[in-house]
Ligand binder design. Sequence first.
Ligand code: 26V
Length: 813
Amino acid sequence: MNALAPAPVAPQTHAPADPLAEQILDTLVHRIGKDAQAARPHDWLAATILTVRNDIIERWMASTKAAHAAGAKRVYYLSLEFLIGRLLRDAIANLGRTDEITRALASLGVDLAEIEEIEPDAALGNGGLGRLAACFMESMATLELPAYGYGIRYVNGMFRQRIDDGWQVELPETWLAHGNPWEFERRESAYLVGFGGEVETTDAGRAHWKPAEAVQAIAVDTPAVGWRGKRVNTLRLWTARALDPIRLDAFNAGDHERALQGQVRAETLVRVLYPADSTPAGQELRLRQEYFFSSASIQDIVRRHVQYFGDVRTLPDKAAIQLNDTHPAVSVAELMRLLIDHHELDFDEAWEITKGTFGYTNHTLLPEALESWPLPLFERMLPRHMQLIYAINARVLREARRSGADDRAVSTISLIDEGGERRVRMANLAFAGSHSVNGVAALHTDLMKQTVFADLHRLYPERINNKTNGITPRRWLQQCNPGLCGILSDVIGPGFLDDAEKLSELNAHAGDAALQEHVAGVKRANKEALSSFLRDRMKLRLDPDALFDVQIKRIHEYKRQLLNLVETVALYDQIRSHPERDWSPRVKIFAGKAASSYHNAKLIIKLANDIARRVNTDPAVGELLKVVFIPNYNVSLAEKIIPAADLSEQISTAGMEASGTGNMKFALNGALTIGTLDGANIEIKDRVGDENIVIFGLTAEEVAAKRANGYVPRAMIEGSRELAQAVKAIATGVFSPDDPHRYRDLMNGLYDHDWFMVAADFDAYHSAQREVDRRWGDQPGWRASAIRNIANVGWFSSDRTIAEYARDIWGVM
Ligand code: 26V
C-alpha cells in the first residue's frame, strides 16, 4: 500500500466475522467519518489507534485508581525531552495483541506493518537523554510504579534532516499534521505561569510576587503502556495558551496584530524543541521554556499531593521528583516559592522538604553543556526565584565554610559564577536542592566526583551515586527484531521477555552450530530488509553478505565520526594499493543529525557524503567497501538499522561519553562492539568478556594526562604513515575536487590542537579494525561472540535501572 496513492484500500464485499475487525470498521465510520471504500491509510491508522486506545484507557483509569486507593508514593520524571518514536506497535505488543490486530486488519484488506510505517515518529528530544526518558517511561509502567512523565508538547519536534548535495538541510518536523489520536487534552488541569514583574512584601512580612505577564499551561496526556499491559502511566506534556487569547479592544480598533499578540507569545513557548544537544542555547526563550514546564509541573504535583494527602509537609513521603539533567533545575526554586509564599512554611522547613523530594541526574560533563544563565536575565524574568536562590546560596556557602572549605572551594560550590559576567549555575542549584545526584555509568559517576562536582561532593559526600543507564528490551529487541526473539524463545523459553537477565541462559548454547546458523540467518534477513529499504529510499545497492559496520548517533566531535571517516579513507587507500589481499567486504553506515549551529559537525556530514560518492563509484574497490550516510536519523530508523548491524562503533574520546545507550541496543541485537574504554562500554566489556568485544585507545586517565602534559598531535600524525596520508588526502581535496580547500581547516584542527585525540587514537583504532577483520574471517567464532553479546547484556535493561532508582533514590520499592 502506498501512503500517497489515491486508490482506496480494497473494499470488503461482506461484513467481517471478526468482532475486532467490526470494532475497527465501526470506529472508521463513526469516528473518522469514512467507509472502507473511501478510507486512506491514515484513516485506517487512526481507526486502529482509536480502537486499541479503548483497551488502554480502561487500564489507565484502573492504574490511577489503584495508586490512589493505596495512598502510594508517586514518581515524577521531569524532562525537557521525550524521544518516544512511534507508539502503535509498542502499545499493541505490550498489550499482547499484535497477532489479533494483524488478523483483524488483514480481514479488512489492511496490512498492519504498512500502517505502522506511516505513524509519525514523535521526536520531542535530541538524542540519548530524551530516548532514555522514553525507555524509563516504559519501564516504570512495566515495574508497576505509579509514575508521571512531565515535559513540553512541542509543536515542532526535532528537525527533519534532508541531505542536499551532501550537506545537511534542516526542515521543520510536523508530527501533529494529521492530529494525534494518542493524546487527551485536560482543560481542567490548567495553571498560570508568571514571568517578570516585581516582588512586594506584604504587611505580614511575606514575599508577594506580582508577575508582569502570565500564560496558561494546559495538560495534554498520553498513556504509557507497560509490558503485558499491567500498568498504564501518564506522560503529561504542557501546551500554552494566552489568558486572553484575543484582545477585543485592540481587535475592534483594527489592530489585529496586537489583538493576537498574547496568543502568539504563548504559542512561541511550546513551538519548538531546541535542536542542540550540548552547545549553549543561552537564549531567553529556552529559560522561559524551562520555567514554564517546571512551574506547571510543580504546581500540578503539589496540588495533587495536597488534594490526596492534605498536608504539604508530607510531600517527600509521597512524591519523588527526578530532574533529567539541569533543564528542570529551576523547579527547586519553584517548589521553595510555593512552600514559602503560598503554604507559608519557613525557609528551613521548606528546604528540608525540597531536598527530600528532588533527585538530580547528570548526563554530561562537557563544560559547554553545563547550563548557566546571566544573572540579569534570570533576575528580570524570575525576580522571586532569584531572591530564593540567593537565600539557598547563603545557606550552602555557610555549610561549606563550616566544613572547612577554602575560598577556591567556596567559589566553585557557589550557585553564582562570579568569574566575569555573573551567572546562575543550574547544576549547583540542582545538586544543592537534591538528596541524590546520580551519574549514568560507573566511569561517568567517578569523573563527576573527581571533576565538576569535586567540591560539592566533599561537602555532601552521601549524595553522588551511580545508576548505569538501560534500554527497554521490548522496543529494542522484541519489537525491532522479532526474528531473533523467536529463536531465543525456542532455545531458552520466553522467560527473558519478563526478565532480560534470563538471556544469560543462552551462554550454554553459544557454541551450538545450529543456533549459530539460526542467529546468523536472522541477521542476514535483517540486513536484506535494510538493504531493500535503502534501495527504495536512496537508490543504493548493498551486499547483505558484507560486514555492516554502523555508527549512528548525534554528530559531535567527541563522538569521533571523524576518526571513523579518516580510518575509512586509510582503508580505501590500502584496498586500492593492495587489491590482491584477502579483504572482506564492508559497508560503513553513518546516520545522525548535527546541531544547526555546529559548523564542524555539519562539515563532517558533508565529508561522509563526499567520501561515499568517491568510494562507491571507484571500480578499483568494487564491492569491497561502500560508505552510506542515511538521512534523517530518528528512533524509527534506528529500529531498522540496529537489528541489521554486525559491528557497533562506540569510539568516543575516553571520559567524554557519559554512558551511551546505542551501545547497549547493538549488543542486545547481536552486534560486536568496537569501542573505547568510555561510558557504559566499560561495563559492557565487563559483562560480555574481553574476547567478545574489541577495545582500543587511550583511557580517560591517559587522555587527561596527555592534555595536561602538552599533547603534540602533529608528531602523532607525522609518526603514522596511514594517518598522515589519509589526512593529507582529505585536506588537499581528493574527496572534494569541486572545492579542494573544503576540509583544510578541519584537518588543520587535527594538527593544531586535536582536542578529541583523533590522532592519538588513530593507530590503535586502525589495528582494532584489522582485528575485527580477522574475527569476521572466522565466522563460527564471530557468531559465537554475537550470541555471547546477546546473552550477557540483559543487565542493561531499563527495568534494572529503574528498579535501582526506585530502591535507592525514590524509596518506592
Ligand atoms: C544540553 C543542552 C544544552 C543547551 C541546549 C539544549 C541542550 C539539550 C540537551 C543537553 C544535554 C545533553 C546531554 C545528553 O544528551 N547526554 C547523553 O545522555 C545519555 C543518557 O544518559 C547518555 O547515554 C549519553 O552518553 C549522553 O551524552
